[in-house]
Design a protein around this ligand. Structure first.
Ligand code: 13P
Length: 222
């Protein structure tokens, strides 16, 4: 069985909220069962518990704050995310950037709460910096390709290769995901062949009528 991980970020897309989040999670669970490939979803905070309750697939938060429970307003603690039944979290997504100190605090809080951590990075240098914080995964996503429909695997395979090398030079235990424009089994295979442990993607699954068709294609060459 392949150990590749496919993580679908539902972002704040209206096509990824409420009933649609359930539909996407159901498709992810079906395709995961059929293929044996691990597929997770990262919905809005409000859909974390509904999805973790109904589905077996890994459910991730899109962000968390590295603060301990206490007098903070409008913050999302690692303990609160854990309580929803989520098993992991994105940190420092390109659409939710943090300072270096905040990233470190978020990774520490999430790790202490037993959550899988995915630090997102924008290039190979920040991938190396992210690896120094010992997350479970670093996810390299060139911002200019996010949501563009142009796949990082085809447009910029060099950044994937350099990020895998940079991450492993700092900490060989840290796994690498890549994302931005990922849309087909061919993209996932190219990324895997360049040394990644999976992909992080959004629009090609979330914004289509039938996510299961795209998900089946994504796992088809693994
Ligand atoms: O930001 C992303 C996943 O976190 C990538 O988004 P797209 O798959 O829409 O390019």
């Amino acid at each position: 069985m392949s150990s590749q991980f496919i993580l679908v970020n539902l972002k704040a897309y209206k096509e990824g909220m409420g009933p649609r989040a359930h539909m996407i999670a159901r498709a992810a669970e079906e395709v995961s069962e059929e293929s044996g490939i691990q597929i997770g979803v990262a919905p809005s905070f409000f859909d974390l518990h509904p999805l973790s309750k109904h589905f077996e697939i890994p459910v991730f938060a899109q962000h968390l704050d590295g603060v301990v429970p206490g007098a903070f307003t409008g913050h999302v603690t690692a303990a609160a995310v854990r309580q929803t039944g989520a098993v992991g979290t994105l940190i420092n997504h390109s659409e939710r950037r943090l300072t270096l100190a905040e990233i470190e605090a978020s990774v520490r809080a999430a790790t202490e709460a037993g959550l899988v951590t995915v630090i997102c990075s924008n290039n190979d240098m920040t991938s190396a910096a992210a690896a120094a914080l010992s997350p479970t995964y670093v996810a390299i996503e060139p911002p200019e390709l996010i949501g563009s429909g142009v796949s990082v695997a085809k447009a910029d395979p060099g950044i994937i290769q350099r990020s895998v090398a940079a991450v492993h030079a700092v900490n060989p235990k840290v796994k690498v995901l890549t994302g931005a424009g990922i849309q087909s089994g061919e993209c996932v295979k190219i990324a895997r062949d360049l040394g990644t442990d999976g992909v992080l993607l959004a629009s090609s699954v979330v914004k289509v009528e039938d996510p299961a068709i795209v998900l089946r294609d994504l796992v088809s060459l693994l």
